[in-house]
Design a protein around this ligand. Structure first.
Ligand SMILES: [Zn+2]
Length: 502
């Protein structure tokens, strides 16, 4: 019997929307950022070998990220979000494939000439104008995937186009940039990264937001991949090519689905995201109708109910259950786990009854939006991450136990109730994040990056960085690109895929 009192995501998924959708009517727009690793012997800014992967390490580095004020005296939203997660970031090093450059202890060497040549070839294949000078810039990355907190990147070509379904698909730009670390583990407050891939050169091809259906997205990814491979100078195989897919609907917001591994996966992901944005816009209208016009209109109160629920039938909320989870996951205090006592927290959301269980993606509800923020930012990750009053688990005494919690939290029938559990300080962060997610909902679709899930849905990954995330790299001189060099590369170009097809 007790086993049935665990509530994996099923309890959140009951109010499924399968949802068909008219992409033209909702104004679906999709653009791509296709990344392909380049077949060079060395990394981009140091002399370490590229493509030498190791599964063991002989050194580790522990880092903590801290936000600093920008020159305008403001904190970047993404930086603050990463700081709130209080992550211990561990890098695994092997002397065969990483040096002090990647760990930010040595300035960059001159940029890999071969990498620039391959990027120029790719630009020419896509009909881009090639730049006269390559200017290295830094692009902020604060998730720990790059130890320096930024990626070195440079635009090589702009204004390209490629024939696509009887029209021209715009290539906004092609850049050459450093690859990031490989994630080994990300649990609680600990993230572990392997550094072998870090610093390998890749090209990023950015298209205009001109794709109109999931089928077009899949086809465009395949086409750009073929262009890259036709030169024979990009890497192939698992992980050598990854794409970010930028999706929006009319009235929505650009949302970036990160690291889509295969073109075929993009189709369902784009569909789910389109549906999600349509549903979030409906939720915004409902919030406005209830008088929540602005982010500051969302209220929240939370209280500790650990003692109240000690003898509840609902064992998701029991300390022993959480301790078993912590032990099974081998979570260590000071590493994966924050220090502090176990706590169960009830969060009252005035006037929001019925909104937590509203539809979002196929088979998911707004509760998933809340759970995503709680998992990533408060790092509470014991399934089902949270419970809520719109869809309380069913078991004997469910009604009485929910009533007791609602009473303790002073809920009126109009209020929504969410319950989270874990280390006390994390549950407080969770309550604040739930309020912030609702605050975003009053404006529609938040600007964020989302990770691709195997079932074709997405989950929150991070807040999208602001427009100031790029700035000049003062460590690298500009590199001239002579016309003679471009012409020499042009001579040896293969025929593009559409030429062969014709
Ligand atoms: Zn190196």
């Amino acid at each position: 019997m007790l086993g049935s009192l665990h509530f994996p995501l099923a309890n959140l998924e009951r109010r499924a929307v399968e949802g068909s959708i008219d992409y033209e009517q909702v104004g679906l727009r999709v653009g791509l950022e296709v990344h392909q690793q380049l077949l060079t012997e060395q990394k981009m800014f140091c002399r370490c070998p590229a493509g030498l992967y190791t599964e063991h390490h002989d050194g580790i580095v522990l880092r903590h990220m801290r936000p600093t004020l920008s020159e305008l005296g403001e904190y970047d939203g993404t930086a603050l979000m990463e700081f709130k997660t209080k992550k211990n970031i561990v890098y695994l090093l092997h002397k065969s494939n990483v040096c002090t450059y990647e760990m930010d202890d040595t300035p960059p060497f001159i940029v890999n000439r071969r990498a620039i040549d391959i990027a120029i070839e790719h630009c020419l294949m896509l009909g881009c104008d090639v730049v006269d000078e390559v200017h290295i810039a830094r692009k902020q990355y604060l998730d720990g995937s790059i130890p320096t907190g930024f990626q070195r990147t440079a635009i090589v070509g702009v204004n390209g186009r490629l024939p696509f379904r009887g029209r021209q698909l715009t290539v906004i730009q092609v850049s050459v940039e450093e690859d990031s670390c490989r994630e080994v583990r990300d649990r609680g407050h600990l993230a572990v990264w392997r550094t072998d891939r870090l610093g390998m050169p890749l090209i990023e091809t950015v298209t205009g937001p001109e794709l109109r259906t999931p089928e077009e997205v899949e086809e465009a990814i395949l086409l750009i991949g073929r262009v890259g491979r036709s030169t024979g100078h990009v890497r192939v195989g698992m992980g050598a090519s990854r794409q970010d897919v930028n999706v929006s609907v009319r009235g929505g917001q650009r949302v970036e689905i990160k690291g889509v591994p295969q073109a075929s996966r993009a189709r369902q992901l784009v569909h789910s995201e389109a549906l999600r944005q349509v549903e979030l816009l409906r939720l915004r209208d409902e919030l406005h109708r209830r008088g929540f016009q602005r982010p500051s209109d969302i209220d929240m109160e939370h209280i500790d109910i650990t003692t109240l629920v000690t003898d509840f039938r609902l064992d998701s909320l029991r300390r022993e259950n959480w301790e078993r989870f912590v032990e099974a996951e081998e979570m260590r205090p000071g590493m994966e786990l924050a220090e502090g006592p176990f706590s169960v927290r009830a969060i009252r959301l005035p006037g929001l009854a019925g909104t937590v269980g509203r539809a979002s993606q196929p088979g998911r509800t707004f509760a998933h939006e809340l759970a995503g923020r709680v998992r990533v930012i408060a790092t509470l990750d014991q399934p089902p991450i949270l419970l809520h009053s719109d869809d309380w688990p069913e078991y004997p005494q469910a009604g009485e136990e929910l009533k007791e919690i609602r009473q303790a939290a002073s809920c009126t029938p109009d209020d929504a109730l969410v319950v989270v559990w874990g280390v006390e300080s994390d549950t407080v962060t969770a309550a604040e994040e739930i309020q912030l997610r609702y605050a975003d909902a009053t404006e529609g679709v938040p600007h964020e990056t989302r990770q691709a899930l195997p079932d074709g849905c997405t989950d929150f990954e991070r807040i999208l960085p602001g427009p100031d995330r790029m700035y000049p790299d003062t460590d690298s001189p500009p590199r001239l690109v002579s016309r003679a060099r471009v012409d020499r590369l042009r001579v040896d170009l293969p025929e593009p895929p559409w030429g062969r097809q014709a």
